[in-house]
Ligand binder design. Sequence first.
Ligand SMILES: C[S@@+](CC[C@H](N)C(=O)[O-])C[C@H]1O[C@@H](n2cnc3c(N)ncnc32)[C@H](O)[C@@H]1O
Length: 308
Amino acid sequence: MGDQDGGHVQCDHSKGKGNPVAHPEMDDALMQKEEWSLDDWVEMYEKVPFNKNQGGPSKELVKYIKALLPSEPARVFVPLCGKSPDMRWLYERGNTVVGVEGVEMPVKEFFESHSDLKHTVEDVSFGKVYKVGNSFRCWTICRERDGDRQSINTKYPTINPNIHQYPSHHFTILLLPQSHDERLQVYVCDFTQIPKGSLGHFDAGFDWGAYTAIRPADRPKYVEVVKDAMGENFRYFLEVCHDGPPDALGLPHSISFRTLKLDFGIKSINQSSGVSLNVWVLATKDISAEWEVDTFFNSFLLLSDKDF
Ligand SMILES: C[S@@+](CC[C@H](N)C(=O)[O-])C[C@H]1O[C@@H](n2cnc3c(N)ncnc32)[C@H](O)[C@@H]1O
């Protein structure tokens, strides 16, 4: 299945769509493929023209941020991140953000679009990692009112480093340390080849167009890597498409809640032992009309090892 919006390489985040974009440059054979290998993704990225526009965050990330991250700053994992603007948005809020992407081109493009994020590139045993890091101290300035945090400037190197919070009549100004501490990292590697324990542990994950895009045969390994990366008391946002026509081809995959439950090990009634996850369905949207099919739905879930 292909989406018609132009602009973004794969996902229109600000409109809440998590699907590959059908560009005129894409041939139908690729768009109809059920199993996209990394070579297919390379082909897709090579064909779609680069758009330097940074783009906005996913509507649902903004909407459900408090449910995903009850406490910030946190360590957030973004699997199969492409060049998602969600990484920048999460980072601007003071969080540590680690993305993983199998194709280098979108990662390079991410850093070209965000040219103020000075970064280094290092080899690791399973690929390479782009790390944002500056040798001088700089700050993200945010304003916060009623729990709603907004970045109002990205750099302000000369600010007094001893004052991190400025209350004012209407909102609180927060100064969050930036870059210095490598708070944004993007690994370029095959997700299924990440050795156990190599990414550390995260408070949260943001899965947008990722579980629905990975090759079905790789899903068990994908879930294994995700679960290995989650720390205790984690929250994992999962965007999933389901109940599409049984004969529909291409991405995003339509994945039943049954498959999802079996893959992630979500708690069953009467289940008394073993590690199992709790699920909270945040919302379900009917996306049949926009995909021009009789049925297709998009649900946003939170998974956790603890009760909500
Ligand atoms: C639909 S895109 C979603 C990108 C991103 N999550 C977003 O919201 O913009 C799926 C991404 O998964 C990447 N990908 C697919 N299989 C992968 C694998 N085995 N390892 C790492 N990345 C992979 C693709 O290169 C592509 O960038």
